[in-house]
Every structure is written in structure tokens, then in C-alpha cells.
Design a protein around this ligand. Structure first.
Ligand code: EPZ
Length: 423
């Protein structure tokens, strides 16, 4: 396993392009299952999560290849094994989003339950409820979800909200299944995340008939078949937000290209309230530290609210604010694996149930820390760049799941990150 050695403090400056969105690419890769033939996807990031998903698609019978210029070709002419095997699914929870497309395409699917992970439970009761309302017979056996619809699916009116609001991949699963159902499906309390909008746009390019895109109420008129597509994935707003915090926490100045500020209004609003200058520029923006970090309160919410996937990164920033902040996690209440690790770096964070009181400190101090979930690990990289001394981050594979060789993107901007093999 690799470790990162990060020297700090540094000040970042320069230009960095934002990659395609992991969380848009994964369900769009699953959507290729719905159409017989070869689809080509552009701007799919080269991440370990994506490589796991490729392994999963191949296990179903698809042919998948990466072209020289980076496009991903997915040929789903043959799907002869509609089974998402535990050995693959356990590596990546998002694998569950093959359930809906397999059910619609093959009339049956077996997918291993995702199980829990570092950010907490990952239930799929809403996925199951929505697919059952489309007529699927679903039962659980030996840790697998067994779904069958031998006579196809039938459109229905489905309320998909749960106790934590909408479900992103639950919306993806039900929406994808509904595209090939007989008749009309209405999904109320659908997720509005830009990644779901991107998936819906891709499905419509494949011949689906989805309206209400971007709203909590999706209407899907079932069609007889979908066609392969060539589609470009949207930029990754969470990677962009991570780079924005990198500029802020190092009191630096970055220009982000291929970054859609329209998808990040809650994030930009919060950065500005913290005293960071964010200005639109070309197809991206500039982010400039202003020498001060103003305390701010953050509550994570479904889109368009503040994204849970940036909670850890902003907590690292607020750890250096001139005063106290409050961070409340409403989506994954246990998503605080970074708190203890940041405290090892002399942050002053106190967890109170689903909230953390962040008492700003003058400086962070380097320490050996442990990566855990993907975004908590990114927060440790950010803290390491601001801390005095050399921070060691263990289990860097967590970071590689969602950020493509992050050290090769940050070092040209002034970071000092060495990737080493753990002893
Ligand atoms: C997606 O996960 C993202 N992953 C997550 O990003 C992100 O944190 C999450 O949405 C919330 O925005 C991908 O898109 C691949 P949910 P998803 O279903 O769809 C509860 C990252 O770092 N819930 O929207 O699995 C659930 O427990 C990852 O890139 C149910 O109760 O999340 C949570 O509290 C981490 N029943 C809330 O809903 C269900 O059936 C939101 O979960 C499904 C979810």
C-alpha cells in the first residue's frame, strides 16, 4: 500500500483542469447496459473506482476498452451473466446501479448487497421499493438482491424520498429501469444532483423520453428500445471543490478550467462567506485566498444544498478559521472519520452527534494520519499542505478511488507530495 509524504506549509498557484465526474461516469457506464451495441463515453476519469466498474461490466458480458485518446468504448451487445458478484461489488458500493439497467434489459438481475463503508450504512431499501413498484419481484438471498421481471416492467408513480431526503443512485436505478417500462413513470422526490441530470440527458440521447430533468419530479415515458450513444461526461464538481479548498487553505491562487460554477452555487457561496475570492473565468474560475479564513456554519443537504462530499474538505479549511464553526452532516451522520485524524494534526474539533464544533486554531502541525473514506482522505491531503512539517498519510488507495494521481496534479502547482511504498 502506498503512503503520501506531504511537506507543508506550501502556497499553491497556477492552473488546473478539472476531470470528468466520477459520480456521473459510473451510472452512465451502467446505462450502456440498456442499449445493445457499442457506446463511447468521453471524459471518463481514470480512477480505481472506474476500473472496478469496468471489471464489473466485463463480468456481465460487456466488452470494454479505453482508447488512446481516453474515450471509453462499452459494447453491451452480449449480456450473458446479469450478476454483480460480491467480490467486485464489495470494492465499490456504486456497483448497485447496475440493478435497474440489468432488470430492464434482461428481465432479471442478481447484485450483491453493497454493505457498509467508512461513511456509514449504505441501505438500498428505496432502490428496492422503487423497482418493486415498477413490477419487479425482488428478494434477498445470501447477501444478494435477486430481482426478476419476466414479463417486463410497467410504469408507476413512485415516491422515492427517504428519511435522509432523496437518493442519488436510487434515482439512477429507478429512472434507468423506467426508460424501458411499459407506459409512464413518475418519480417524486427524485435526486436533483447534476450527475443525475447528466445521466438523464445521456438516456434521452439514447432515445429515452425523460422530462422534468433537474427537478425533484421526473416523468419517464417508456420506450421499446434504447440505442448506443456517444456522450461526454460533465466535470467533477467534487474534485473542483477540493481544488478550490486547496487554494483557500494554502492562501494560494488557482485557476480551475473545465469547471461548471452553475453546479456549485452552494459551495461557491460558502467559500465567499469564508472570505475566499471566487470569480468566474472562461470555462472555469479563479479561487484566491485573501489571508483570512472566516468561520462559517455548514449543513450538508441534498442538491442544491451543500454537498456531503465536500464536508470533510471544508472542515479542514475551517480548522484554521479565526473563530468557531459548526458542521452538521445530514446525509451520512457518521461521516466524520476525518475528525480524529485532523485532531492529530492539532485541529480542535469536537463531535457532538451529527455535528462537529470546529474551534479555529492558528496552525496545523504535521503528523502520521490514516486515510479512510475517499473524501476524508482528500481532506487530509489539504491539511497536510497547510500544516507545518511532513505529514504521512497511510492507505492512499482511498484517495486514488476518486482522484486521478492527485499528487501529479498538485505538485506542479507548488505542493510537495511524495508517493512512497509503505514499508
Ligand atoms: C451518491 O451515493 C454518491 N456516490 C456519494 O458520493 C454521495 O455522497 C451520495 O450520493 C450523496 O450525495 C455516487 O454517486 C457513486 P444516496 P448514494 O443514496 O447514491 C440514504 C463519493 O464520495 N439511503 O443519495 O449511494 C443513505 O443512507 C460518494 O463520491 C437510504 O436510506 O447515496 C444516505 O443517508 C460517497 N435508502 C442518503 O439516503 C436507500 O435505499 C443519501 O444516500 C438509499 C439511500
Amino acid at each position: 500500500m502506498d503512503v503520501f509524504r506531504i511537506e507543508g506549509p506550501v502556497r499553491l498557484s497556477g492552473r488546473v483542469p478539472v476531470n470528468g465526474s466520477k459520480n456521473a461516469a459510473l451510472p452512465i457506464m451502467a446505462a450502456a447496459i440498456l442499449a445493445e451495441g457499442q457506446s463511447s463515453l468521453v471524459s471518463v476519469p481514470n480512477l480505481s473506482d472506474v476500473r472496478v466498474f469496468v471489471e464489473l461490466l466485463k463480468s456481465l458480458g460487456c466488452r470494454v476498452e479505453r482508447q488512446a485518446q481516453g474515450d471509453m468504448l462499452i459494447d453491451s451487445t452480449v449480456i450473458d451473466n446479469p450478476v454483480g458478484d460480491y467480490e467486485i461489488v464489495r470494492k465499490m458500493r456504486a456497483s448497485i446501479c447496475i440493478l435497474g439497467p440489468l432488470l430492464a434489459r434482461c428481465g432479471r438481475a442478481e447484485v450483491s448487497m453493497p454493505g457498509g463503508c467508512a461513511i456509514g450504512d449504505r441501505p438500498i431499501n428505496l432502490h428496492v421499493r422503487g423497482l418493486r413498484q415498477l413490477g419487479a419481484e425482488i428478494h434477498l438471498k445470501n447477501g444478494y438482491v435477486i430481482a426478476e421481471a419476466p414479463h417486463g416492467l410497467t410504469g408507476a408513480s413512485i415516491f422515492l424520498g427517504g428519511s435522509f431526503g432523496s437518493t442519488v443512485l436510487g434515482t439512477a436505478n429507478v429512472m434507468m429501469a423506467a426508460t424501458l417500462a411499459r407506459g409512464r413513470t413518475v418519480i417524486e422526490s427524485a435526486a436533483c444532483e447534476p450527475e443525475i441530470t447528466d445521466l438523464a440527458n445521456c438516456l434521452n440521447d439514447m432515445g429515452a423520453r425523460i422530462s422534468g430533468i433537474g427537478s425533484p419530479r421526473l416523468v419517464i415515458e417508456g420506450v421499446g428500445q434504447l440505442n448506443p450513444v456517444r456522450y461526454t461526461v460533465i466535470p467533477d464538481r467534487i474534485e473542483a471543490g477540493t481544488f478550490m479548498v486547496a487554494a483557500a487553505i494554502t492562501n494560494g491562487e488557482l485557476e480551475l478550467t473545465n469547471c461548471r460554477l452553475d453546479d456549485m452555487m452552494a459551495v461557491v457561496d460558502k467559500l465567499r462567506s469564508i472570505g475566499i475570492a471566487v470569480e468566474s473565468k472562461g470555462d472555469g474560475c479563479t479561487v484566491v485566498g485573501t489571508g483570512k479564513i472566516i468561520p462559517a456554519d455548514i449543513t450538508t443537504q441534498p442538491y442544491p444544498g451543500f454537498p456531503t462530499d465536500l464536508q470533510a474538505q471544508f472542515m479542514a479549511l475551517l480548522a484554521l478559521a479565526q473563530g468557531n464553526s459548526l458542521v452538521i452532516e445530514k446525509i451520512f451522520p457518521d461521516r466524520f472519520m476525518h475528525v480524529a485524524e485532523l485532531n492529530r494534526m492539532a485541529a480542535d474539533l469536537r463531535k457532538e452527534g451529527p455535528a462537529v464544533v470546529v474551534a479555529g486554531v492558528e496552525k496545523l502541525v504535521a503528523a502520521p494520519v490514516m486515510a479512510s473514506d475517499l473524501r476524508a482522505s482528500a481532506a487530509l491531503v489539504l491539511a497536510g499542505m497547510a500544516a507545518e512539517g511532513t505529514t504521512t498519510i497511510n492507505r492512499v488507495y482511498h484517495i486514488d478511488r476518486g482522484y486521478e494521481r492527485i499528487e501529479e496534479r498538485l505538485n506542479p502547482l507548488g505542493a510537495k507530495i511524495r508517493r512512497e511504498k509503505a514499508p
